[in-house]
Every structure is written in structure tokens, then in C-alpha cells.
Design a protein around this ligand. Structure first.
Ligand code: GLN
Length: 286
């Protein structure tokens, strides 16, 4: 068999439309243990037969539609390595931007914040906030309804040595948190928000991810409405507060109507677009 180098493999994988260039680099990096950022500088490196076979095996699964993050067991989110498995949603690029709103808020307020990562899944949101702010955080609570997802949250907390400023609460959305009388300055939530009847969603791209993390009743609005109806209960409204939700790109209009009715002028709320120009975030402040 001829010698095989990284350049050859990269070309080979790139021929498959289902495997983007960054996935191809990620696969090579994972198998060879060459840093992602070094792969393109290592094109002449030769690969062992074993590594080559492993790369081909992984590529075949990706070509069949299996998400790369589930094969590798992690996803890079804001540059942080976040462990995932089939019980958690795979962190999305759109979600990364939520943390910018939070970081700005934390930096501009000189008080120790209590933060809630609601529907934490892998914990990617709260972990990023913790890693990117070394002061002004009192505690970050991670909460999810799924025990299996919380096990992954825990893994990510421990890997990042964040146990001393974090807590995990199993809760059916806000139920146990409210029962425990927990209150927060910041609430971050990327809830399940896909409408069961949404015809624009291609179910084949989501079939590997937990339904519980994706779909919601009431045209996908169920969790926003529940959270908004409980703002006064769950937030430290006597102090500065911030709520950031990720939303579906078609949900702004319906949420606006609900917010006008429910919150009126009591809170400031606005919507922000993501980098793809879709309405993607709802931000509420007092
Ligand atoms: N907070 C996690 C994420 O944003 C999980 C969200 C969810 O399960 N709906 O990826």
C-alpha cells in the first residue's frame, strides 16, 4: 500500500458533500491527536494504516448522517471543549452568541451574580459563562429535567474544575427551583422550542438528538410562556436582572404579543438577531 499523508486524506474526505472541511479536519485531529489548528500545517505527515482505517470508519458514519459530535464525544463551543452524548443536545453555533450578552452584563455590574442555566443539557452555556468570567459570579445553578443530561452537565463541570461555584438541580423546568425558593440575577435558557407541526424542520437532521431537548407544546412557545409568567418568582427583581432566551427564528411575532400582554412596561425586553440575520434571542431586563 502506498504511503498515505494528511493531505491525501483531507482531499479524500472533502470529496464527500456530507463532510465539511472543518469536520474533516476535526476527524483527522481526533484520530491522530494533532491539534485542530495544526492539521493544516501537517499535510505531509504520514498516517499509519490504523489511523487511516479509523478515519475512514468515522467518515462513513458522518456521511450516513450521524452527528460528528456524538462520534467524537465532544463539541467545541466558544473554544471550550464540551462533552456531549446522545442524551444531550449538540451545542449550536447560534447558542454561542447568548454568552456575549451575559458577559457584557456581568462586566458592567459590579455585584456577585447568581446565575441559572435552565435546560442545561451538556451545560455548554453555564460552563462558558463560568470560564469566561472569573469575578462577579456568586453561583451558577444548572438545571434540567433529564437525569442523563445532568450527568453530562456534571462531567463538564468536573472537567473544568468548576464544582466550587456551581450546583446541579434536577427540575421539571422551573418547578423544583420555585419550590426550593431559588432566585437569580441571570437566567439563561435555550429551551426546547420546535413546534411538533413545523414543516420547515428536516427531521432527518435531528433524528439522533433527544426529542425532549428539541420539541415543545403550544407551537413551541410553552417554555417561554412559563418562564415569563414566573419572572417575579424566580428572579431577584430587587436587584439588576437579565434573562436571555434563544428562540426559533419564526417565533418573534408570537412572543411579542405575549410579552406585551404579560409584561407590559414592567420590564424592558428586546429581540436580537444572530450572525445569520435571524431573530434568535429574547432579552429581558428590569
Ligand atoms: N443548554 C443546552 C444547549 O444550549 C441544551 C438545550 C436543550 O436541551 N434544549 O445546547
Amino acid at each position: 500500500m502506498n504511503k498515505i499523508n494528511i493531505k491525501f486524506v483531507l482531499n479524500l474526505l472533502s470529496k464527500n458533500e456530507k463532510i465539511g472541511k472543518s469536520d474533516a479536519i476535526e476527524i483527522i485531529s481526533f484520530v491522530t491527536r494533532i491539534e485542530y489548528s495544526e492539521v493544516l500545517f501537517s499535510l505531509d505527515n504520514e498516517l499509519s494504516r490504523k489511523h487511516f482505517k479509523q478515519i475512514i470508519k468515522i467518515s462513513k458514519s458522518v456521511a450516513k448522517g450521524k452527528p460528528l459530535a456524538y462520534i467524537l464525544g465532544y463539541k467545541i463551543f466558544r473554544g471550550h471543549k464540551i462533552i456531549v452524548n446522545k442524551n444531550t443536545l449538540i451545542p449550536r453555533m447560534e447558542t454561542e452568541q447568548m454568552i456575549d450578552f451575559v458577559n457584557d452584563f456581568i462586566k458592567s455590574n459590579n455585584v456577585k451574580m447568581d446565575i441559572l442555566d435552565l435546560c442545561s443539557g451538556s451545560g455548554c452555556i453555564g460552563i462558558s459563562v463560568a470560564l469566561e468570567n472569573n469575578k462577579n459570579i456568586n453561583k451558577i445553578v444548572f438545571s434540567d429535567v433529564s437525569k442523563k443530561a445532568l450527568a453530562v452537565t456534571k462531567t463538564n463541570i468536573v472537567r473544568n474544575k468548576l464544582s466550587n461555584k456551581t450546583e446541579i438541580v434536577k427540575s421539571n423546568f422551573l418547578d423544583s427551583l420555585i419550590a426550593n425558593k431559588n432566585k437569580f440575577n441571570i437566567l439563561l435558557c435555550n429551551p426546547p422550542y420546535i413546534d411538533f407541526n413545523d414543516k420547515d424542520v428536516d427531521p432527518t437532521t435531528l433524528k439522533f438528538e433527544p426529542k425532549l431537548a428539541l420539541y415543545a407544546e403550544d407551537n413551541g412557545l410553552f417554555f417561554y410562556k412559563k418562564a415569563i409568567a414566573n419572572i417575579d418568582v424566580i428572579m431577584k427583581t430587587e436587584e439588576k436582572t437579565l434573562l436571555v432566551f434563544e428562540i426559533g427564528w419564526k417565533q418573534k411575532k408570537h412572543l411579542e404579543m405575549f410579552l406585551q400582554k404579560e409584561l407590559g412596561l414592567k420590564y424592558n425586553w428586546k429581540f436580537e438577531k444572530d450572525y445569520f440575520n435571524n431573530w434568535r434571542y429574547l432579552i429581558i431586563k428590569n
